[in-house]
Design a protein around this ligand. Structure first.
Ligand SMILES: *Cc1c(COP(=O)(O)O)cnc(C)c1O
Length: 373
C-alpha cells in the first residue's frame, strides 16, 4: 500500500483545470498584491463562515498576531489558551509581550476546559498582577471548542474570544460555522489544512466593523488613507493574489471534501471504536477533521505496525506547550496540566483526507486491529 497522510496530489488531479486556469488569470492581469482574487476570496470566506468581514493575510500565525495587535494586547496583559496545540497559538501571545496563561484541556474533546478556564480567570483576577484581556480557544483537529460555556466566563468581563480556527474552517457548532464562534477568528490556508493553498496564507474573520478596519491597516504597515500614511505600527502580512486564486479554485470542491472527510471519520470509527479511543464529537457539532486522532496505550506498537505497511501516522502533539523550552520563562513543570500531558503520551493521528479509498481505510483498520489483539 502507498497511502498519503494528506493527499494533495489526488486533489490536484481532480481540480487541475480550475487551478491552472486561476493561476493563468493572475499571471495575465499581473495584480500580484491585493489583486481582484483577494477581495473575491474575502467575500466568499465571509459568506461561507457567516460573518461580516474576512481579512486575508500571510498565514494563520499572522492572523492570530494581527488580531492581538488589533486588540492592542501587550506587556502586562494575560491571554488564556490551551497547552495542547501547535506552538503558533501561544507563540504570538509571547511575541507581542503579553503573558500566555495555560488552561488544561477536556480529555474527550482535547479543547480548553471551560470550568478550568473560569478557575484560571478567577486566580489571575485575585492575584491582580496581570490585566485580563482575552482567551484563544483552539478548535483542535477541526472540532470547535465549547463556546457557549466559554462565553459564560467572558460575559461581564473585559475578555475577548479569539477563535483559533486554523484546523476547523468548515466545522459546525450548533448551526454556526467555525470562524464565527468568537469575537474574532484566525484561520490558516497552510497546504495540509482542510482548505489549503500552495504556500502560506490565512484569514481573520469577524463581525466587528472597527476591528476589521484596524486589521486591514495592520496588514499593510499600519496604513491610514494609503500605504504612505501610517497611523499605527503594523506588518507586511498580505496574502498573495496567486494564493487567493488557488483557494478560490479549491473552494468549489470544499463542501464535497468536508462530506468526504466525514465519511472517512465514520469508517475509521466504525472499525476502530472497540480497540482504541476514537474521536468524541458532542451533539450539535461537526468536526472539519483536519486530523483523525485516536488514543491508545499501545501507540508505539500500532505506529510501528503501520509503518511496516508503509502507512504514515503522526503525533499531534508529543510535547505540550508548557513543557517546551520556548516557554521556560513561565516556570511550568511536569504535572501542571495533567490532562494535556497524559493525552500527549497516548494520542496519534491516522491518514486523513477526502480522497482516501475504502480499501485503504480497511487496510489501516485491519493493521490496527491485528496489532492490539
Ligand atoms: C496551523 C496552525 C496554526 C498556524 O497556521 P500557519 O498558517 O501555519 O501559520 C495556528 N494554530 C493552529 C492550531 C494550527 O494548527
Amino acid at each position: 500500500m502507498s497511502i498519503a497522510f494528506v493527499d494533495l496530489a489526488a486533489q490536484f488531479s481532480r481540480l487541475e483545470a480550475e487551478i491552472r486556469a486561476a493561476i493563468d488569470r493572475v499571471l495575465k492581469h499581473g495584480k500580484f498584491i491585493l489583486g481582484p482574487e483577494v477581495s473575491e476570496l474575502e467575500e466568499r470566506l465571509a459568506a461561507f463562515a457567516g460573518v461580516e468581514h474576512a481579512v486575508t493575510c500571510s498565514s494563520g500565525t499572522d492572523a492570530l498576531l494581527m488580531s492581538l495587535i488589533a486588540y492592542d494586547v501587550g506587556p502586562g496583559d494575560a491571554v488564556f489558551t490551551t497547552p495542547f496545540t501547535f506552538i503558533a497559538t501561544a507563540e504570538v501571545i509571547s511575541l507581542i509581550g503579553a503573558t500566555p496563561v495555560f488552561v488544561d484541556i477536556d480529555p474527550r474533546t482535547f479543547n480548553i476546559d471551560p470550568a478550568l478556564f473560569e478557575t484560571a480567570v478567577e486566580r489571575i483576577e485575585a492575584e491582580g498582577r496581570l490585566h485580563l484581556r482575552g482567551v484563544i480557544p483552539v478548535d483542535l483537529f477541526g472540532l470547535p471548542a465549547d463556546y457557549d460555556a466559554l462565553r459564560q466566563v467572558t460575559e461581564g468581563r473585559d475578555l475577548f474570544i479569539l477563535e483559533d480556527a486554523a484546523q476547523s474552517f468548515g466545522a459546525l457548532y450548533k448551526g454556526r460555522r467555525a470562524g464565527a464562534l468568537g469575537d474574532v477568528a484566525a484561520t490558516s490556508f497552510f497546504p495540509a489544512k482542510p482548505l489549503g493553498c500552495y504556500g502560506d496564507g490565512g484569514a481573520v474573520l469577524t463581525d466587528d466593523d472597527a476591528l476589521a478596519a484596524r486589521l486591514e491597516s495592520i496588514r499593510v504597515h499600519g496604513k491610514g488613507t494609503d500605504k504612505y500614511d501610517n497611523v499605527r505600527i503594523g506588518l507586511n502580512a498580505r496574502m498573495d493574489t496567486l494564493q487567493a486564486a488557488i483557494v478560490l479554485a479549491k473552494l468549489q470542491a470544499f463542501a464535497e471534501e468536508l462530506e468526504a472527510r466525514q465519511r472517512v471519520a465514520e469508517r475509521y470509527t466504525r472499525g476502530l471504536s472497540a480497540v482504541v479511543e476514537t474521536p468524541w464529537v458532542p451533539d450539535g457539532l461537526t468536526s472539519a477533521y483536519a486530523q483523525y486522532s485516536i488514543l491508545s496505550e499501545q501507540r508505539a506498537n500500532i505506529m510501528a505496525a503501520l509503518k511496516a505497511e508503509h502507512i504514515p501516522s503522526a503525533i499531534y502533539y508529543a510535547k505540550p506547550l508548557h513543557l517546551q523550552g520556548a516557554f521556560a520563562n513561565l516556570g511550568h513543570q511536569e504535572g501542571d496540566f495533567p490532562v494535556a500531558e497524559r493525552t500527549s503520551q497516548r494520542i496519534f493521528s491516522l491518514p486523513m483526507h477526502p480522497y482516501l479509498r475504502d480499501d485503504e481505510m480497511g487496510g489501516i483498520v485491519n493493521v490496527i486491529i491485528q496489532t492490539v489483539n
